[in-house]
Design a protein around this ligand. Structure first.
Ligand SMILES: [Zn+2]
Length: 527
């Protein structure tokens, strides 16, 4: 392992993302995942300033069993004209129990004078006083130099003074922050190199993605000599987000050969990225580098035939290093080669079976013409292929006799839906009802209710995303509705598709595929 710090700020800076709200329990669960990933430091929040964060640190002491990571409490330098020892917010940092305190401080002369409204000298004194007080309390101190790059451009000498003040008072790391996210890699590299020359600081880097360069800027800083890198999982953060720590770590480890986290832990990156998405309730970004569902997905038929010969020709690294896998997208651009590869992915050797490959391809093309899409609905395609290869019976977990759903609203109350589903499963005819805030939700509840006596395994499945698209009238038919549903079992998720003239019918098809695939995936036998 190198001594480069991997410092995660998902729980503090990442949580600033619009629409992202984390409870204390959510934060504890995310911290456990981050620890599993092998990050060195987890910034838990701002105790004292935010009651939820105070509670997080209190509960973390009893509820988190960290194997790798050290918790860091985030806070600011003491108040203008005060005394660190008497400042309640500084005191709260000590009381949090965290052994590392990350202090945010101003290093931009303009911010000191106009935002903080104090003198340049007092700001330096606030840094010295707060860092030395915390050192005296036995804490390790990291300093986040806010707006550092912009401040350096305005007044280099003062920005350097702030760094020196922190180091002289005992700060272990000074993280240079591109708070506004406007830097480009060459600027970051030049500034980091200059600050290293001009001070004795150990430097860190904290980047925002406003120029789309957060990862590149972090890499440039490390190349220039920074040995502490901050970021958030999945690039969460306000505006355009922070540097995606998963990409930064994968780049440094896989491309640069630095050992930041133990190799088996990096192989959990894809699973952990998705598990954290479940907690934040922010849908995973399929095009996310390394860990996105599309990161190693290939579509074109031409590529597919070459990939069959040698996958390395068409991918930049081995997807299994980050726990992802190569995925063939099945689309009308694809040929028999991609179906064969997809089959291989699923454990079927279809190499010599031209007749079967042609049959599947014809079916896929026909369905795509009718509005289905299998690019996004891997699970529906897998079921289609399995039915062709293994035969229908292997996946007939249940037979649907009928379903119906009604929605009603009374007075000014919200509309509610109620569904009734009749199925035969495990040799029994079951009639079940379900309620929901919408018809699809109600049907989902009723279907799983009906199936749960025969298949209790379905209890842990959850419908997590539902997308509808009206497809234009084409090929001489009426407009149709395509529904994509994402179902999760808590650790992974899969997409299924339904197409029909009626939106509820399309949803029903996707729901049925979703639960069927859940059973196939869990290896449940037909009962
Ligand atoms: Zn930030």
């Amino acid at each position: 392992m190198t001594d480069l710090h991997v410092y995660d700020t998902t729980l503090r800076d990442g949580a600033q993302q619009e629409g992202l709200n984390l409870s204390v329990s959510d934060k504890l669960a995310i911290a456990a995942h981050l620890d599993e990933l092998g990050v060195g430091y987890i910034e838990g929040g701002w105790p004292g300033a935010n009651p939820k964060d105070t509670e997080f640190f209190a509960r973390a002491q009893h509820e988190l069993r960290l194997q790798n990571a050290t918790l860091a409490a985030f806070g600011a330098t003491r108040r203008v004209g005060g005394n660190a020892a008497d400042d309640p917010l500084v005191r709260a940092l000590v009381d949090s129990g965290a052994s590392v305190v990350t202090l945010v401080a101003k290093s931009h002369a303009g911010h000191v004078e106009r935002a903080l409204r104090t003198t340049l000298a007092e700001n330096l004194e606030m840094i010295r006083d707060t860092v030395s007080f915390l050192r005296g309390e036995g804490r390790r101190v990291f300093l986040d130099a806010e707006h550092f790059f912009d401040g350096y451009a305005v007044d280099r000498a003062y920005a350097l003074e702030a760094v020196r003040a922190a180091v002289e008072a005992g700060a272990e790391v000074v993280a240079l922050c591109d708070t506004n996210g406007g830097m480009l890699p060459n600027q970051v590299a030049d500034v980091v190199a200059d600050v290293l020359d001009a001070t004795s600081a150990r430097l860190g880097i904290h980047c925002h993605n406003d120029t789309g360069c957060a990862v590149a800027n972090s890499m440039a800083a490390v190349d220039a000599g920074a040995t502490h890198v901050q970021g958030t999982v999945n690039g969460y953060g306000e505006r355009t987000g922070n540097a995606d720590l998963l990409t930064v770590v994968s780049n440094l480890q896989i491309k640069r050969g630095l050992a930041l986290v133990e190799e088996p832990r990096l192989r959990e990156a894809t699973r952990i990225a998705h598990s954290i998405s479940e907690i934040t309730n922010v849908p995973p970004y399929s095009r996310q580098p390394y860990v996105g569902a599309s990161a190693f997905a290939h579509k074109a038929g031409l590529h597919a035939s070459a990939i069959k010969v040698d996958p390395d020709l068409y991918q930049h690294t081995d997807p299994t290093l980050v726990g992802n896998d190569m995925r063939m997208l099945v689309s009308d651009m694809a040929g028999r080669a991609s179906i064969e590869l997809k089959g291989r992915e699923l454990g079927f050797d279809l190499a010599g079976d031209t007749e079967l490959l042609t049959r599947v391809l014809t079916k896929v093309k026909d369905l795509e013409l009718r509005g289905y899409t299998f690019d996004a609905a891997d699970a529906s395609f897998e079921l289609l292929l399995r039915r062709e290869v293994v035969g229908e019976a292997a996946h007939e977990y249940f037979e649907v006799e009928s379903w119906r759903v009604i929605t009603d609203a009374r007075g000014d109350e919200n509309a509610l839906s109620e569904a009734t589903v009749k199925v035969v499963a495990g040799g029994e005819r079951v009639v079940a009802t379900g309620e929901g805030n919408g018809p699809v939700n109600a049907l989902d509840h009723a279907l799983r209710q009906a199936l749960s006596p025969a298949y209790p395994e379905l209890d842990k499945l959850e419908l997590i995303d539902f997308r509808v698209r009206i497809l234009d009238a084409a090929h001489g038919t009426d407009a149709v509705t395509r529904v994509l549903i994402e179902t999760s079992d808590g650790s992974t998720s899969w997409e299924t598709v339904g197409v029909a003239g009626n939106i509820i019918e399309a949803s029903w098809q996707a729901l049925v595929d979703g639960v069927t695939y859940g059973l196939v995936r869990a290896g449940v036998p037909v009962r």
